[in-house]
Design a protein around this ligand. Structure first.
Ligand code: BES
Ligand code: MN
Ligand code: ZN
Length: 512
């Protein structure tokens, strides 16, 4: 097994024409009549090659496109990559992030070992330089990522490491870029860590293995501690939901807790945040088995839990001044003679009983124990993340996660974090009408709605009943990680969705 491409991002104070590099990435907006300062200078050194590419119509500056112009003796770069930024007036910080991702993806494809990025120059001071440094660093990790650890055939030819520098000739600007890029590199690396874990199939990662990964993460850190409940402890605690879902598999379920305690005393006045992530290492549906088509993708049903793991890694490395608890219930949902069945009534950790009508609605069965645990641990704010429903995919497609909650302020804070991180969310309801559908005649709750409509909302309404008085939000990320195809900005497979979003939320909260 080989390592995933080792990406490192730094900021360097240097002039673009003095930089020896395999690839110099610069940004260009679509439909602009005159080149910005950097591109104008670059164009002159390249004897008008940039203008030529544009005039010939080979490159129009559309978002997600790029073109290579080869360097000459007057430039330090072997190649100059023109990266499309789309319409100037529509540009946001995510435009910067995506441009860096597009450049990094291209760099990996052509095996450029050293990359210099000056994409921020095209924005001519429109956004804060720190924020642009962060966006470029995050984008570089995102676009440079490729999951190929089990591909043995191209082992010799594939790029082992890529060194990326964000460059600016002015010391003050380089410093500001660096403040953001240092944070962006931590967040980007944490997201890549999450993607690799999520992409690993179910024969490689099962609940005990996932617990070992979490333990390893905590081992290297003073501020992070890890506790894992095995099957016996789950039974002793009465975590009936996790036990029921895990009962059909040879791999036992685990309940993973990562606790982060910050150095700063100021954290005492801040809310304690619990992040609860669904980690079903494989979802066959259980006795209510899924159809064969695309079932392989259900190895990604652990993505929510892994987003929590990646976020905890970022929180620790950023040293955020906030108490954060990562709670990851994990099980494999399999059909067998020991599986839980439709009709079973399960007593969950909260004491509430649930009538199981479909064993494929297993995410909520493990999350309800996770949520109840967060309540018991006195978390003031609880956010759960889960590839919970196909219905959410139907409702929102693959571009944004469903966001439900019981507190307007928390929902707004997550919307702001979505803007900061480029990981989009869309508000959806989960109130009383939906909760009513989840009532059972023979138990407190049933695990599916009474009809097929609004499945993302009824699932959230189920979860809502386990959070007590806490402020709660729910992210349904079913469309974000499963069935992900390659785009102009990144490789196929897990996108690590949630790491940037949650880390942004927590960083904003810590700063306030
Ligand atoms: N993990 C799935 C949800 C899912 C489906 C995610 C497709 C991504 C793509 C979840 O456990 C599930 O099976 N949900 C059921 C719920 C139903 C039985 C109420 C679903 O969405 O069909
Ligand atoms: Mn399922
Ligand atoms: Zn599932």
């Amino acid at each position: 097994m080989k390592e995933i491409i080792d990406v490192r991002v730094k900021v360097r104070r240097t002039a673009f024409d003095k930089t020896k590099t395999d690839l110099l990435g610069v940004g260009l907006f679509s439909g602009v009549k005159r080149l910005d300062k950097l591109n104008k200078e670059l164009n002159a050194k390249l004897d008008g090659a940039i203008e030529r590419v544009i005039r010939l119509g080979d490159f129009k500056g559309a978002e997600g496109t790029n073109a290579i112009v080869y360097g000459n003796a007057k430039t330090g770069a072997e190649r100059v990559l023109l990266v499309g930024l789309g319409e100037k007036k529509k540009a946001t910080l995510d435009t910067v992030r995506k441009a860096a991702a597009n450049a990094a993806k291209k760099a990996v494809a052509i095996k450029a070992k050293s990359v210099s990025l000056a994409i921020h120059k095209a924005f001519e001071g429109r956004f804060d330089l720190g924020a642009m440094g962060r966006a470029m660093a995050e984008g570089t990790y995102f676009g440079g990522y490729c999951y190929d650890e089990y591909v043995t055939e191209s082992e010799d030819s594939r790029l082992g490491r890529m060194r990326v520098e964000i460059i600016d000739a002015e010391a003050a600007k380089a410093k500001k870029l660096n403040d953001g890029a240092a944070r962006g590199a931590i967040i980007g690396a944490a997201q890549s860590y999450a993607r690799t874990l999520a992409n690993r199939p179910a024969n490689v990662i099962n609940p005990p293995k996932l617990a070992a990964v979490a333990r390893k993460l905590a081992r290297g850190s003073k501020r992070l501690s890890c506790t894992v409940f095995d099957k016996k402890q789950l039974a002793a605690k009465g975590m009936g939901g996790v036990l029921a879902v895990g009962s059909g598999s040879q791999s036992e379920p685990r309940f993973i807790v990562l606790n982060y305690s910050p150095q700063s005393k100021a954290a005492k006045s801040k809310p304690k945040v619990g992040l609860v992530g669904k980690a079903i290492t494989f979802d066959s549906g259980g006795i209510s088995i899924k159809p064969a088509e695309n079932m392989d993708q259900m190895k990604l049903d652990k993505s929510g839990g892994i987003a929590v793991l990646g976020t905890m890694k970022a929180v620790e490395q950023l040293g955020l001044g906030l108490n954060v608890m990562g709670i990851i219930p994990s099980a494999e949902n399999m059909p067998s003679g020991t599986s839980y069945r439709p009709g079973d009534i399960i007593t969950t950790y909260s004491g509430k009983t649930v009538e199981v009508l479909n064993t494929d609605a297993e995410g909520r069965m493990i999350l309800c124990d996770g949520l109840a645990y967060a309540v018991k641990q006195k978390c003031d704010v609880i956010i759960d993340v889960a590839t919970l429903t196909g219905a959410c995919l139907v409702a929102l497609g693959r571009y944004m996660a469903g966001l439900m909650g019981n507190d307007d302020k928390l929902v707004k804070q997550l919307q702001k974090a979505a803007e900061d991180s480029g990981e989009k969310v869309w508000p959806m309801p989960s109130g009383d009408e939906y909760a009513k559908e989840m009532k059972s005649k023979i138990a407190d709750l049933r695990n599916i709605g009474s009809n097929k409509w609004g499945g993302a909302c009824t699932a959230a309404a189920f979860l809502r009943q386990f959070v007590g008085e806490a402020k709660w939000a729910h992210l349904d990320i079913a469309g974000m990680d499963i069935f992900q195809k390659a785009t102009e900005f990144t490789a196929e497979g897990s996108s690590g969705f949630g790491v940037r979003l949650l880390t942004s939320y927590l960083a904003n909260l810590a700063e306030k």
